[in-house]
Design a protein around this ligand. Structure first.
Ligand code: ADP
Ligand code: MG
Length: 361
């Protein structure tokens, strides 16, 4: 489900392996359609169209979590009465699309997370400003991505003001954590419970959107072990089957889990050029019941996102970069380069990975 860049990169793994790929979304001429996936074009809420799609496929996975509940229940019902394989489960998508459910799942799995407060009711709205420590961030509970729907509040007054102007009450308030770095782990869990994961990466965001990923992140062995253990704990706690990306905040040896995405993650794109299996090939393997790899060899890769405002194929820097064989360009086939829109990414796998994109500031 979904036909954007993540579906495109999945199709680019699956089609050369002999699979047929179909994608369902409201978009015609989508990034995934552009590389040979068959497009089913309808709204997610269109039950009849969705059923037609589900009847035509053997296995279903997702490229994003913001799928309307009505579509998730159609999938769940169809799965019960057919041989369709659905990985991850609709229930895992429900957890990931709702910050409150997601952070509650972290707590249940004993994974440390930021202090958070639901502000769903009038009384929660009036009590939260007296309980929370400042600064804090007011976030939409659902449908948030790339920092959208977030307001940072430095004082009780600012939070009260922000809360009073909310039209939709479905929000949470989170305490701000002054992290020194951000990390993520890409993990694949197979049907039989086997787990394969990449080593943690270090991520740098710009305007709340991922800018750079350094892989491996070169954290201390203790931090690295804890990050991977937390990722595994979550996968087991919610009985996850498929690939996910989980994000963390780090300050010294303190780690807090921020969120997870029930699909390949932008911070896992380095894996396409790590000389081994990519996160999309692991997604394919978990979905189609292929074996788990015995190990995932590690190679240093630095990834840089190309947003609409950075999309300058005619620039000197762009052609200089292409002249260097250690850089590989991935573009998503989007024609309109809007500001903040993810157009593609660069992966660098040569010497001095730390400074690979210093000229791109
Ligand atoms: P999204 O779903 O939009 O990715 P995130 O919760 O991951 O939302 O927030 C985007 C970025 O904003 C994070 O990667 C981090 O840089 C910053 N951020 C979000 N929440 C916090 C927090 N509680 N403390 C500090 N920084 C935060
Ligand atoms: Mg995030």
């Amino acid at each position: 489900m979904g036909s954007g860049q993540l579906a495109r990169m999945f199709a680019l793994e699956a089609i050369p392996s002999g699979y047929e790929v179909s994608v369902y979304s409201p978009e015609l001429h989508s990034p995934a359609g552009g590389v040979g996936a068959k497009e089913f074009v309808s709204e997610y809420e269109d039950k009849e169209a969705l059923l037609t799609f589900l009847k035509s496929i053997d296995a279903l996975t997702f490229e994003f979590e913001n799928i309307p509940e009505i579509a998730l229940s159609v999938v769940e019902e169809f799965e019960k009465n057919s041989d369709l394989i659905v990985r991850p489960s609709a229930n895992c998508i429900r957890i990931a699309q709702n910050r409150w459910k997601e952070k509650s799942a972290f707590q249940e799995a004993h994974i440390p997370t930021v202090n958070f407060f639901p502000v769903f009711t009038e009384s929660e709205k009036s009590e939260t400003p007296t309980k929370v420590k400042f600064p804090c961030i007011l976030k939409t509970n659902t449908m948030g991505y790339d920092g959208k729907g977030q307001v940072k509040c430095n004082s009780k007054e600012e939070l009260e003001q922000a809360l009073s102007s909310l039209k939709n009450p479905n929000h949470i308030v989170e305490e701000f954590f002054p992290f020194t770095s951000e990390a993520s782990v890409i993990l694949a869990r197979f049907q039989d419970g086997t787990i394969a994961n990449f080593r943690p990466s270090r991520n740098v965001h710009k305007n709340h959107i991922l800018d750079l990923t350094f892989h491996p992140g070169n954290f201390s062995p203790d931090v690295e072990k804890n990050l991977v253990d937390y990722a595994k704990k979550l996968a087991e706690e919610i009985d996850y089957v498929g690939v996910f990306g989980i994000e963390f905040f780090i300050q010294g040896d303190r780690i807090l889990c921020n969120e997870f995405a029930p699909r390949p993650h932008n911070s896992g794109h380095f894996s396409q050029d790590c000389g081994s299996l990519s996160q999309f090939s692991l997604q394919l393997r978990t979905l189609c019941g292929l074996p788990a790899p015995k190990e995932i060899p590690v190679r240093s890769v630095t990834m840089k996102n190309i947003l609409g405002e950075d999309y300058k194929p005619e620039s000197k820097l762009w052609s200089q970069t292409l002249e260097n064989p250690h850089y590989r360009l991935h573009l998503y086939g989007k024609t309109e380069a809007r500001k903040g829109r993810k157009m593609g990414h660069w992966n660098y796998s040569g010497p001095n990975p730390e400074s690979a994109f210093n000229d791109w500031k």
